[in-house]
Design a binder for this molecule. Structure first.
Ligand code: MN3
Length: 261
């Protein structure tokens, strides 16, 4: 998505200032939000003494839907904190790590993750955190609007798991069994088959440190910050409810791209 430089800068400044609100999120943005962003941008730029973010810097994209779009499965407050605070912190941490590594500035994040074993831990933690959350936001849509797996994906799910329900069960088991914080994944593994896996912390299957490597098709965040306000300690309930917001067209497109490669 391309934006006029002024709006892009405004969004960077806005998120950096911790003022990211529902009004600044994607399509809900109106004239009032625009002028507020411009004001915040000018103020932040002046405070920081910065001109404009360098091109290699990663930025926090607005959510592809409103903060309350996933209710009642995921509440607006959780989305706002998760996106505006947690995800922003990963973006900031990744950019901080890149400051010290000019050789990696401008390198695709996937390529950085593939060699993360040889890099400072910040690339694994914050680089993984940024990639995982971008992927996560774009794996979800409003309840009841996610459609169904494509014929190709449905066939591959049946082949690997027996049925869609059996795949969901395996995925929920992987997420529920991940000790502490981490992610559950449906991936196309290196043999070209679908597989369910889980990773700790902000690791993902693109990393050379992952026990099972492959191309993610779906991923669910099982850190407590993803569900605690609504679900408290009931991770299993969150995992079960999450399927109502899965965007199957996104998953199906990822599957097609993964098996064409
Ligand atoms: Mn998270």
């Amino acid at each position: 998505m391309t934006r006029p430089p002024s709006l892009r800068t405004a969004l960077i400044a806005l998120t950096g200032a911790g003022l990211f609100t529902a009004a600044a999120c994607g399509e809900t943005e109106g004239p009032a939000a625009n002028s507020a962003s411009a004001g915040a941008a000018a103020e932040t730029a002046a405070n920081a003494g910065e001109e404009q973010a360098a091109d290699w810097r990663f930025t926090l994209a607005p959510l592809p839907y409103a903060y309350d779009a996933l209710e009642p499965v995921i509440d607006a407050e959780t989305m706002e904190i998760h996106h505006g605070r947690h995800h922003q912190a990963y973006v900031n941490g990744l950019n901080g790590a890149l400051e010290a590594r000019p050789d990696l500035q401008g390198v695709a994040l996937e390529d950085i993750l593939a060699q993360v074993s040889g890099l400072p831990a910040a690339f694994r933690n914050h680089g993984g955190g940024h990639w995982n959350h971008d992927f996560f936001w774009n794996s979800m849509t409003a309840p009841g609007t996610g459609g169904e797996p494509s014929e190709a994906l449905a066939g591959a799910i049946d082949e690997a798991f027996g049925s869609l329900d059996a795949m969901k069960e395996a995925f929920n088991r992987a997420g529920g069994g991940q000790f502490g914080s981490g992610w559950a994944w449906l991936i196309v593994n290196e043999a070209g088959a679908l597989q369910v896996t889980a990773t700790p912390n902000q690791d993902n299957p693109l990393m050379d440190v992952a026990g099972v490597r492959g191309t993610p098709i779906l991923g669910n965040d099982v850190w407590e910050h993803a569900y605690y306000l609504n679900y408290r300690n009931r991770r299993g309930d969150y995992l079960a409810a999450w399927w109502d917001v899965v965007d199957w067209s996104a998953a199906s497109e990822r599957y097609s791209a993964a098996v064409e490669n």
